[in-house]
Design a protein around this ligand. Structure first.
Ligand SMILES: CC(C)(COP(=O)(O)OP(=O)(O)OC[C@H]1O[C@@H](n2cnc3c(N)ncnc32)[C@H](O)[C@@H]1OP(=O)(O)O)[C@@H](O)C(=O)NCCC(=O)NCCS
Length: 201
C-alpha cells in the first residue's frame, strides 16, 4: 500500500538524510557527492513556492519529488536561461505558443524525482510527478534529466514534456543532459497508470 504525502519545507528539511538515501539508491552517484546533495536540497527547501511530496510504503520512503518556482538568481534557472537564449532545439521552437525565453518566465522547476529501485515500474514516479505539478499556479514545468533513452525520459514525454535543450552540459565533467519543458497542466491522459491515482494527499 503506497501512501502519498506532501512535506512542508520544515518536515522536508528534517527528512533530507532519508530522502538522499532514496536518491542514492535510485541514481548510484559517487558517495563523495552526497553531502553536497544534502546542502543543495536544504537550500532548495527555502525556495519560493516549494512543494515536496513523498511516497511511503511499509513505513519507509519509496520515492519523493520536489520543485519550486523558478527565478532569476537560482543557479539552474540562470544556466538554462543563458543556454536557451543562445541555442534552442527544434522541438522547443516547434512548441509554438511558448517562446524560448518564455519557458522560464513563469515556471515550476521540478528539481528531483526518484523512486527506490525495488518500487520502480509500479506507477509511483508517474503519480509523484503528476501530483506535485497538479494545481500549480505557474504556466510551465521545467526539469533536466540525462540525455539518454531512460525510463525517466519516457515518463516525462508521456505526460507532455518536450526537449528544450539536448546534449547540454552544466559543467564540463558531467554527462550530457536534456532540459525539458511542458505547459501546465501536465497530460495525465497520455498513458493511464495501471493503478488508481492516489487520493490521500
Ligand atoms: C524515473 C523514475 C522516477 C520513474 O519512477 P517509476 O515509479 O519507476 O515510474 P512509473 O512506474 O511511474 O513508470 C515507469 C513505467 O511503469 C509503467 N507503469 C505505470 N504505472 C504502472 C502500474 N500501476 N503498474 C505497472 N507498471 C506501471 C509505466 O508505463 C512505465 O513504463 P516504462 O518504464 O516502460 O515507460 C524511477 O524509475 C527512478 O527513480 N529512476 C532512477 C532515478 C532517475 O532516473 N530519476 C529521474 C532523474 S531526472
Amino acid at each position: 500500500m503506497i501512501a502519498y504525502r506532501e512535506l512542508g519545507p520544515g518536515e522536508f528539511r528534517s527528512s533530507i538524510r532519508a530522502l538522499v538515501a532514496v536518491y542514492a539508491a535510485a541514481m548510484s552517484p559517487p558517495d563523495r557527492t552526497l553531502s553536497g546533495r544534502e546542502a543543495i536540497m536544504e537550500r532548495h527547501a527555502a525556495s519560493p513556492g516549494f512543494r515536496g511530496l513523498v511516497a511511503q510504503a511499509d513505513g519507509e520512503f519509496a520515492g519523493f519529488t520536489y520543485g519550486f518556482h523558478g527565478e532569476t538568481g537560482q543557479w539552474w534557472h540562470d544556466m538554462v536561461a543563458a543556454a536557451l537564449a543562445t541555442r534552442t532545439s527544434a522541438a522547443a521552437s516547434a512548441a509554438g505558443h511558448v517562446t524560448p525565453g518564455g519557458w522560464l518566465d513563469d515556471s515550476f522547476e521540478v528539481a528531483e524525482l526518484h523512486v527506490l529501485p525495488r518500487w520502480q515500474g509500479n506507477g509511483i514516479g508517474r503519480s509523484l510527478l503528476l501530483t506535485v505539478a497538479d494545481g500549480r499556479p505557474e504556466r510551465t514545468a521545467v526539469l533536466s534529466t540525462a540525455d539518454a533513452p531512460t525510463r525517466a525520459r519516457r515518463l516525462y514525454r508521456a505526460v507532455g514534456f518536450t526537449d528544450l535543450l539536448t546534449d547540454f552540459r552544466f559543467s564540463g565533467a558531467e554527462p550530457p543532459y536534456a532540459v525539458m519543458g511542458a505547459t501546465l497542466p501536465l497530460s495525465a491522459d497520455t498513458a493511464p497508470p495501471r493503478s488508481p491515482r492516489p487520493s490521500s494527499w
